[in-house]
Design a protein around this ligand. Sequence first.
Ligand code: PMP
Ligand code: GLN
Length: 443
Amino acid sequence: MELHKVTLPHRVDDSMAVWEEFKEVSIKYKCVSLGEGAPGMNPPQFLVDAMIESIQEGFNQYTRIMGNPLLVNKIAEIYGKKLNRQVNPLTEVIVGVGAYTLLGSIILALIDPSKNEEIVIFEPCWPCYYDHVQISNAVYRSVPFKLVDGVWRFDPEEFRKTLNEKTKILLLNNAQNPTGKLFSREEYQQISDILKEFPNIIILSDEVYEYLTFDDNEFIHFATIDDNFNKTISVFSGGKLFNATGWKVGWALGPSYLVKAIATIINALVYSTNTPAQVAISKSLDKLTQKGYLGNEDQTYLEYVRSEFQRVRDYMVKEINENMDLPIKALTCESGYFIMVDITDVIPMIPKKYTESHDFEDLQEGESSCNLNRVYMPDGRIPNDLAFCRWMAVERKVMMMPNSLFYYKDSLYKTDNYVRLAICKGLDLSAKAILRLQGKSDQ
Ligand code: PMP
Ligand code: GLN
């Protein structure tokens, strides 16, 4: 039979390998995975019960494009308080298939593909933004985070120089993936002041980890600084909030003219988001902050989750900094699902088969290799962090993510001496990973 010959438009680079390599390698080499940010714990029972109830109550058909009324009303009530304002549930809230689809839809809705409009992003960042930039035909511009005394910072002057009359969107991610950085009030005020020179820039604020701040650090919503609500879309994730990342329900809040534009894309691509999950979330949002979780009168569900994640963070940081046979160092992590680890001193120890070739696997005849990231540093080297992660996966059976994959493909700022470790997998699995990393066990 003759195969069809179709020409496929090149909308985005195939960056699926960013995630696929680590899933495949992890399965093949029987790793404990500290790679992808999917939590080890199940969602709370009250959410699961609410889902069953919603299905039994008959919430099983399509619902309103911009979100089920029960959910948008609840979001307007709760997030209105967080954003210090009255939020109109019908015009200033939109629900979508996870924060992921919302972010992509917002960028598609706001960028004019014929005008070389620019999106400014702080790097390193969550790599899915790069796909959203490409699919919308925007131009990517970045501002680097640099480590200053162990803290990720940006240079305000460098940020200012990145903005110009073509800048359409500033994409902020607070709390930040992969660095674990929280923007301080001073930093946000600096950004807000600089943006006053460029009044047409729209701010897209990805806040999916807002509830996961450690050490009583303050979380700031950019929309609450000055009058930024009027030009900011803030994005949240029900999947993250309830430890149910597979549910894929997210929401965004912003001024009605922006929300309306996003709705046109959601209507075109999705139409309506999972109805019973929306209703279940609407019944459960108040319970996140009610005392008495797991019979503990002093504890809410969110406090419980935060303390569990912080416990894992503290354990991993201590073990990595004090009890390793490899010279690696954990960095400060203020929030979110991940810690970064500095691998500079271990680089000379990585075997050449990982640093000199992508074909590090000892394959039997006829056996195909994993779906690998065949990427290079600007000077043509295989990234050291990628080589390190492959080495650790094969030899110590722990999967981690290389930080160099969190930069745009030809970014000037790419560095390859950090790796990202998930702290969302629970203490048991994290302890297992640490024992393996220490070379003490492969169980
Ligand atoms: N933003 C960031 C920074 C993330 O790390 C993720 C990870 N999934 C998302 C958005 C997507 O969220 P969701 O699972 O709700 O689509
Ligand atoms: N956001 C998560 C991460 O950074 C999950 C992966 C993904 O969204 N593709 O690991």
